[in-house]
Each structure stands twice: as C-alpha cells, then as structure tokens.
Design a binder for this molecule. Structure first.
Ligand code: AMP
Ligand code: ZN
Length: 666
C-alpha cells in the first residue's frame, strides 16, 4: 500500500512542478505528451484508491466539480478599491500629501505595476495549499469560487519554498486577448452572438456552475499583493519577489522607482507598450513601497492612501447617432448597429458601432440625434459608452428595438436567459439563407477559391443560388452574363467549387452551419460517428453520451436532421460527390520538429500565424510565447518585436525567416 501512496505523491509533486514550469515560467522541460501520460496515470490511481483523495491534486485542474450556488464569505482583510487619477498634476499633489503625513525627511520609493483589467480575486493558502478563492464582492465579503479557480493553471494548488503557514494573496484573473478572440471566433463560427470584452467574459466564466467548462477557457491570473498578519517581508516589491518564488505568476513588468518623475517615465513607457501586450491593462498602479510607511498612511473609507491608480484615457470621440440598423445573422440572431456621423478614432474612420442587443439600447436610453461618445478599447468593434446629456435627440426619436424581422417580417423571439433576439424563419429569410451559403464557402469550412461573399449575394439575388447544394449545379453560361463577371474569374469559380468536393467530412459538417456545431465539435463528431448517415440516425440520448456533446448541441443536431429541407440538401450534396464520410488520417510527426520548442513572432506572407502554429504542433513541436535559453527556434516574420530578437541573440537561439522555415520543413 505504501508504495501506492508514494507513487501518487511523486506523480502529484512532479505534475505540480511541470505545471509551474509550463504555465508560470513558460519553460517546459517535458513534452505535452509525457505530461498527459503522467496525468492520466494519476487519474487512474486516484480512481482506484479514492482513500488518498486530495482536494489540491493536479487532477483538479481539469474540473468536474459543480458549484450550485456560490457561498458568500467575509474577507479576513477587506478588499479596498483604488483612488484613481488621469493626470500628472494630481499624482504630484498625491506625493505632496504623502510627504506631509510621513514628514519632509521621509524618502519614498514606489512600486509601479500594471493595472490588469480583469476580475480581482483573493486566494487563501494554508500550509502551502490553496484552500479558498473569493471574489471581491462589495469589498467586505465575496463569493467563493474555489472549485473554478483551481482549474486556472497559473494559480498554484501547492506552494514551494518558505511560504508562511497562513496568508492571503490578491491578484487579477484575466482572459488574454488571443484566448478571447479565439472564443469569439468560435462563437461566430457557431452563429452565436459575440462576447463584449475580455473582462466581462472572465467574470462570467468564473460564475459558471460546471468547472470543467471553466477549465476549457484560457484564463490566467497575475498576483500583486500579499495580505496577512505576519508576512516575512517589509515592502511591496519584496512581496512580489517572494510570491514569485512560492510559485505565483507575478509579471516582471513591476518596477521599483525612487521619484514621481520615474513613475511618469513608467507610465509613458507602458502607454505605448500596452498595445502590444497579450492582455489588456487599463492603467498603472503606483504603491508606496515600504510597509511601515504604508502603515502610517493608512486607509480612507474606500481606498488605501498609499496607492494610486493612474488610468489611461481610452480614446473617446463624440459624434451624432444617425440611425440604428438591424443585421440578421446566418442563424437569425439580430444585432443592432448604430450608424454614426463618421469620426476618426486611433487613426481609423468609424461609421458604425455595435449595440449588441436590446438591453444595451435600453440601458443607454438612446434617441436618434443624440450626441454620443464612442470608444475603441481593446475590442475591435467600437462601442457607444455614453450619451451627452446636454445634447439629446428628440424624445419621440427614442430607439425601440424592432419586434419583427425587417427582412422577412417574422415576429422576433427571445429565449429566456438569452440576450439576443432571433428571427426563426430560417428557410425564407434572405440574409439567413445568404449567410448560410457564405458560411459554407468560408475559409474555415469549404474554403472555395474564386468565390467570395459578395458573389454569393449576387448569385442569390439572381435566383441562381438558393441553398448550398445549388453551388454544385452552377454552370459557367449562367454566371457569365452577370455584371462584373469575366471569363477567367468564372472558370476559377467553377474550378474552386469542383475542388471543394475533396474537402474532408469534418469541414463539410462544419459548413452545414448547424447551430452550436463549431469547428471543434464538427471534428469530434466526424471522428466519433464517421459518416453523416450514422450521425443522422443517432438518437438524442446517444448524442448526449458522446464526450463534449451537451444537451444543447445534441438537440440542435436532432432538430437539424429531422427537417426535410435539410435532409434534401444532404442527399443532394451526397449525389454531387462531397465527402460525407470520415477518412482516417495518420499522425504525421516530422523528425526535425519532435519535442522542439518554437517561438513565433511577426506576420508571414505565405501562411497565417494560426496555420503555422497548427503545423508545428501537428509535426510534434511545442509552441511557446517567449524566448528563453531552452528555445530551439525563433520563427521570425515581418514586423517582429525587437525584444524577442534581442533575447534570441542573447541565448544563441537560431532565428529562421519565412524562407528558412520552409527549408526546415523540407
Ligand atoms: P478600481 O476597480 O478601478 O477601483 O481599481 C481597483 C482594482 O484594480 C483592484 O480591485 C484590482 O482588482 C485591480 N488591479 C489590477 N492590477 C492591480 C495591481 N497591480 N495592484 C492593485 N490592484 C490592481
Ligand atoms: Zn427574418
């Protein structure tokens, strides 16, 4: 028996350590494959010997626990907010106030840190184990989100080094831009409305009941403050250093400075640099470094006197709201879009802003003719953040959300719990029909060369295209007479359509545009069911039993296949020779890649970064985000960041340009 305990313990320790190396240090020393093997071995042992259960085992990271309701618990130390400012003058006045309280002789140093734009969290550790995670709540009490937090890889479940027996640590849970964009791409591919911004999405994720869903979201956590009665440090900067040694992710961007002037240099530096950070920050936090000075300064009712947030001004421009239009998506989701008097924000002309949904319009209490403030933050689509109350449109011009689809007249529906209105008239509503064909030909689906979205719309209007199956019946002579159609381009179009018949089953399945069936789900379904016939015949129960297929997706599939129009489309696609069966492909490892660590920087002419990443991973390589001595190759595209290049040179990491990369690939 004791050997089992030892085995379990040694696996747990090794996995904690490798998790730390991979996620916190970004310097893995074993392959993903080996890591998964060890994790699986541990999972099996824990299943066989439940008596050795550990709430902080690395297996907790995959989630599984469900939080029915989030318990509200008082904070041992209140979580204050921060006083904030937008100006240099106010920061200088703040220093004067500090000096007055601490005495003119006092030498003040400051810890300058990034103000991460996420959700704050307080973590409690007892004897080196994470025992509790609370949201900020109202500052006095927060909600326990412990089970969900355990799935975040950068939060240690077990600490290392000389940590105190009991303490709290505070930080910010964030969703990096890339992960956020990916989630939105998947939403778009599934025809679902997009998430508004990374912060709200992170916050919503932490309140999901099913922690295995949380585990799938690429959340990250940066730590920035210790709280406790007897901390083994006497300054903020030391605290950051210690936390790092105990295993927390503490960004190296924090800087200790000795004057307000240097604080300003830091602010200026990051104002520019923040645009290239992989996550969003909304300012800088300046903290008096020494704890004895912090103690003397104390707190106001709301915030510490010893800290100040300097917030970056999001570029905000005023303009007039001319109209609100409504777009109908491929799945019938209605998105209101504000039409604006054109303005320039951060160098680009903005004429439209997303209003997301009916609630958003109601909240802003919009009227046509309002003078509105438009911001372009981290999100790509600009948004209206406020209206100028001294410059309102007429009361009778109040914007009320439409009740009927402007395209087909159907009454719009809104399901309970959903923010979005839908037009359910899938088979007659023109934008939905066009949208479905556009989705089918899209890059991630059939990727038909020579055919673009506008041409699809044109062919629809001309009566040549009414469903995706019609594509395969198109003839050159039908298209040539249309406006702007040249002989060569029409030949290419026909060739592209012909070629698409070779696309694998998973792409076709994704292309069908079944609600909730995104790229990943389509791949899983094609692997699992192997053919459209098997999938069509699967019962609701059978579908739900399939890994990763929840009830929502299963219902949507059954619904889709039971519709006679869809059945017809599928049998037509089959008769035209599309791939409706899965053909097994072998894993194609490449000897030059196996276990090698790659960092990618910049953009490339012949492939996207995403494609390159996929290729490297499929060949058995490992992708890392920053250069270290252990990096094997830096693949350098155009406009590569200078810091990566400097680091690569420092550590003698070979730098390959696009051309050299192709040679490596052979
Ligand atoms: P505010 O929400 O504007 O009052 O700002 C206070 C919040 O900033 C805190 O509750 C933290 O969640 C967040 N924050 C982000 N980065 C830091 C940091 N480096 N130090 C302290 N607070 C931070
Ligand atoms: Zn409609």
């Amino acid at each position: 028996m004791s050997s089992v305990v030892e085995k379990i313990e040694s696996l747990r320790n090794a996995l904690h350590e490798h998790n730390h190396r991979y996620y916190v240090l970004d310097q893995p020393t074993i392959s993903d494959y080996r890591f998964d093997q060890m994790l699986r071995e541990l999972q099996q042992l824990e299943k066989d010997y439940p008596e050795f259960n550990d709430q902080n085992s690395p297996t907790q990271r995959v989630g599984g626990g469900v939080t029915k309701s989030f318990e509200t618990i008082a904070h041992r130390f209140p979580m204050y907010s921060l006083s904030n400012t937008y100006s240099r003058e106010e920061l200088e006045l703040w220093e004067e106030r500090l000096q007055k309280i601490l005495g003119p002789e006092a030498v003040i140093t400051y810890s300058c840190e990034l103000k991460f734009d996420g959700v704050s969290v307080s973590l409690t550790y007892e004897n080196g184990a994470l025992i509790k995670a609370l949201t900020r709540g109202d500052g006095a009490q927060g909600d326990a989100i412990t089970t969900n937090v355990k799935t975040i890889h950068t939060i240690p479940l077990k600490l290392k080094g000389d940590y105190p027996p009991f303490f709290e640590i505070r930080g910010e849970i964030i969703l990096p831009r890339e992960g956020f964009n990916k989630m939105n791409e998947e939403r778009a591919a599934k025809g679902e409305p997009l998430y508004m911004n990374p912060r709200n999405t992170a916050s919503g994720t932490l309140k999901l009941q099913d922690s295995s869903l949380v585990a799938k979201r690429p959340l990250n956590c940066f730590l920035y403050a210790l709280a406790g009665d007897q901390l083994p440090v006497n300054s903020q900067f030391q605290a950051l250093g210690k936390a790092r040694l105990w295993g927390f992710k503490v960004p190296k961007s924090a800087k200790l400075v000795t004057s307000i002037n240097e604080v300003f240099e830091f602010i200026k530096y990051w104002d520019e640099k923040r645009k290239s950070l992989p996550y969003e920050i909304d300012g800088i936090v300046v903290k008096v470094n020494r704890f004895d000075q912090q103690h003397k300064l104390g707190f106001t009712a709301k915030a510490p006197r010893w800290a100040m947030a300097y917030k970056y001004q999001a570029e905000r421009v005023a303009t007039i709201l001319k109209d609100v239009q409504y777009q109908v998506g491929r799945t019938g989701a209605i998105t209101p879009v504000a039409q604006l008097d054109p303005i320039i924000i951060s160098g680009t002309t903005v004429k439209r802003a997303s209003l997301h949904n009916a609630d958003q319009i109601e909240k802003l209490n919009l009227r046509i003719g309002d003078r509105v403030f438009v911001e372009k933050g981290g999100e790509i689509i600009p948004k209206i953040t406020a209206i100028d109350s001294s410059n309102r449109g007429l009361e009778e011009a109040k914007v009320t959300f439409i009740t009927n689809c402007l395209e087909c007249g159907s009454v719009l529906e809104r399901e309970s719990g959903e923010a979005q209105h839908y037009c359910k008239n899938e088979t007659e509503c023109a934008p939905q029909k066009i949208g479905k064909i556009q989705h089918f030909i899209g890059r991630k689906a059939m990727d038909i060369e020579g055919l673009g979205e506008e041409t699809v719309a044109l062919l629809y209007q001309e009566g040549l295209l009414n469903s995706i199956a019609d594509l395969y019946r198109l003839e050159k002579d039908q298209i040539l007479p249309l406006e702007r159609m040249a002989d060569k381009s029409v030949s290419n179009l026909i060739k592209g359509i012909e070629k698409s018949k070779e696309k694998p089953f998973a792409k076709v399945l994704f292309g069908l545009g079944i609600r909730y069936v995104g790229e990943t789900i389509a791949k899983k379904l094609s692997k699992r069911f192997k053919s459209i016939h098997a999938l069509k015949q699967a019962s609701l129960e059978h579908l739900i039993e399939t890994n990763d297929i929840g009830e929502r997706i299963a219902k949507s599939l059954v619904n889709y296949f039971s519709d006679p129009i869809n059945q017809l489309t599928i049998s037509r696609l089959e008769s035209y020779g599309l791939q409706l069966n899965e053909v097994e492909t072998e894993q194609n490892y490449h000897s030059a890649y196996i276990g090698k660590r790659f960092v990618i920087s910049g953009v490339f002419d012949q492939f996207s970064r995403e494609e390159l990443k996929k290729e490297i991973e499929s060949f058995g390589g490992i992708i890392l985000s920053s250069v270290s001595p252990k990096t094997d190759y830096l693949i350098a595209g155009n406009d590569m960041g200078p810091s990566k290049k400097i680091k690569a040179n420092q550590h003698n990491v070979p730098i390959l340009n696009e051309f050299e990369y192709l040679i490596l690939k052979g």
